[in-house]
Design a binder for this molecule. Structure first.
Ligand SMILES: [Zn+2]
Length: 284
């Protein structure tokens, strides 16, 4: 039984893209090299690095280079965007904490659902799950780039659920023109990569753009309505952390205290992936 399943998987690989062993070794080497670069450039902290190696390695083993290169595109563009004009973001209090080094929560928020979709693809054999995989990553790239570039918008963002309310840059649920542009072009770029590597056969660019833009909207709406928001009693500043950067314990003023930014990303990634599955079922 086990042997049969193994043969089916190997036979499928041979048919699809040759033996696949060499490309897996190349993929795992890239994961390792990216890990070293990430540590050196401080894109991740130590647990973030460990998580990234597990996520990257799993994706290479499950989906080979075709699946890994789109994820790598997200990771590289997201890391560069996080470091982009970091000092200016820090002045606006809109920068990621710890110098922009991502922790394990952030890695799993964006990596867990793609891995689940690849496992479902392997087990159930339907290409629809590859569309779900693409949709989950396009949501992550749209969300990360629209947040990290959008905070540099010259005018303050407005709440997506109440556009007449202006909020500080970096507030969850805040939207801006620059953010919208990134939520459109970032998943479009991802779709181009998916097309070049040939992960899914039909309309990857349109599919990725639509699902990614939708994903970032979902993230903004959940962020605006239910995500935990705190206030620092000492500085009277609104923040998403339980402890303000001044060291003071903050007070919950809105949303659920368990609903962190990373958890919102995880939900967005799963919801958008399932939507991608449905869209591919209906239109592709
Ligand atoms: Zn404070």
């Amino acid at each position: 039984m086990h042997r049969d399943l193994y043969n089916i998987i190997v036979a499928k690989q041979v048919k699809r893209k040759g033996p696949g062993v060499h490309t897996k070794i190349i993929g795992l080497s890239i994961v390792f090299a990216l890990g070293l670069i990430s540590l050196k450039k401080k894109w991740v902290d130590s647990l973030g690095l460990l998580s990234g190696l597990i996520v990257g390695g799993s994706i290479v083993l499950l989906g080979d280079l075709e699946a890994f290169l789109p994820m790598m595109t997200f990771y590289l563009s997201g890391s560069l965007a996080t470091k982009l004009k970091y000092k200016r973001k820090a002045q606006k209090e809109a920068a990621q904490p710890k110098g922009g080094a991502r922790g394990w929560q952030n890695v799993w928020a964006n990596g867990l659902m793609p891995i689940v979709f690849l496992i479902l693809w392997r087990v159930l054999g339907s290409e629809r799950w590859l569309f779900a995989y693409v949709a989950a990553i396009s949501a992550s790239i749209a969300d990360t780039l629209s947040n990290e570039v959008g905070v540099l918008n010259p005018t303050p963002p407005r709440l997506i659920t109440r556009p007449w309310v202006k909020v500080d840059a970096g507030t969850s649920g805040g939207v801006s023109l620059l953010g919208f542009l990134m939520a459109f072009f970032a998943p479009l770029l991802l779709g181009l990569v998916v097309r070049v590597v040939g992960l899914v056969r039909s309309s990857p660019i349109l599919f990725s753009t639509i699902t990614g833009f939708f994903g970032s909207l979902v993230d903004s709406i959940i962020g605006a309505e239910w995500q935990a928001l705190y206030m620092c009693p000492k500085c009277s500043k609104i923040t998403e952390s339980r402890v303000h950067r001044c060291g003071t314990q903050t007070k919950l003023i809105k949303g659920y205290n368990w609903l962190t930014n990373d958890l919102v990303n995880l939900i967005m990634s799963g919801v958008t992936g399932l939507l991608g599955y449905v869209i591919s079922e209906m239109f592709i």
